[in-house]
Design a protein around this ligand. Sequence first.
Ligand SMILES: C[S@@+](CC[C@H](N)C(=O)[O-])C[C@H]1O[C@@H](n2cnc3c(N)ncnc32)[C@H](O)[C@@H]1O
Length: 323
Amino acid sequence: MNAITLIHQGHVPVMLKEVLEALSPRDGGRYLDGTFGGGGYARAILNSADCTLHGIDRDPTAIARGEAMAQQANGRLIMHQGTFGNMEELVGQDGPFDGIVLDLGVSSFQIDQAERGFSFRNDGPLDMRMGTDGPSAADLVNSMKESDLADVLYRYGEEKLSRRIARAIVTARTEEPITTTGRLAHIVRSCVPKDRSKIDPATRSFQGLRIAVNDELGELERALEAAPRLLAPGGVFVVVTFHSLEDRLAKRAMAELAGRTANPSRYDPAPVRKEPPVFSLLHSRPLPATEEEARENPRARSARLRALVRNSASQPSASGNRA
Ligand SMILES: C[S@@+](CC[C@H](N)C(=O)[O-])C[C@H]1O[C@@H](n2cnc3c(N)ncnc32)[C@H](O)[C@@H]1O
């Protein structure tokens, strides 16, 4: 097996050891990384077994990093540009997979490049698109109704002062369209009183807009439906989330598939199951990063890993047929 030596510096993979333990790649296995990013997981998977890996990312710069890595992989790494919510269309023909992993959110490559418009620390164009299509953050803040804008900040950013901020945005854009991250951050900060935490007051609003621009929760919902169908018997689906909105969706979908949802009422007990469920949870609780990792990598502090296993005795789904 040829080892991959290329490392793309710039993003430190979160909970890599735990992801590898959950997937336990094996020789001859097929794996899918739906969030290729800097290829940190991909490289580790390909170096731990003589397996094949399909990598998806919506960001063309991540695809370019993957293509460079593929040159060292002797046909074992195949890249696909697109969204993981669309994984069945992108790689359904290449499955079923022995492992599928999603490491949600943005990469450090994306945040650190001011021109991508994700950061409130570095001034840049107000973009926030991980891919290349669809409306940018500037399009949203300059065109949305005040009440819709407030809803985005409240729901996706969990920002309690969403109405006040939406009002300030709408006032500011009547003077001149808001086109930079610096100006938006300034407007948000002017609405939020300083608290004692070290968190920048613009953090929640930027998160809310980023989630809306990239339809991140819709993408996750589609992936949570599709991935289990693409798993081979014995295959594992791993999701690493970074905030409660994502984690709640992953928790609910996986619990439902594993038959772990609570009975709606004690007067309406669930029917007695005759067959074992097709899926089970790998861990009874979500795994956090170790204290050591959280100390060294601030991104890891909010990470939670959940994993679902397709039981070995189950039949593969029709959509995940191996050619
Ligand atoms: C946190 S990074 C992944 C880092 C990767 N695990 C590594 O070790 O380098 C997330 C990546 O997923 C991509 N991404 C986020 N949402 C996506 C989606 N819905 N479809 C495809 N790619 C997505 C982003 O563009 C970004 O490159």
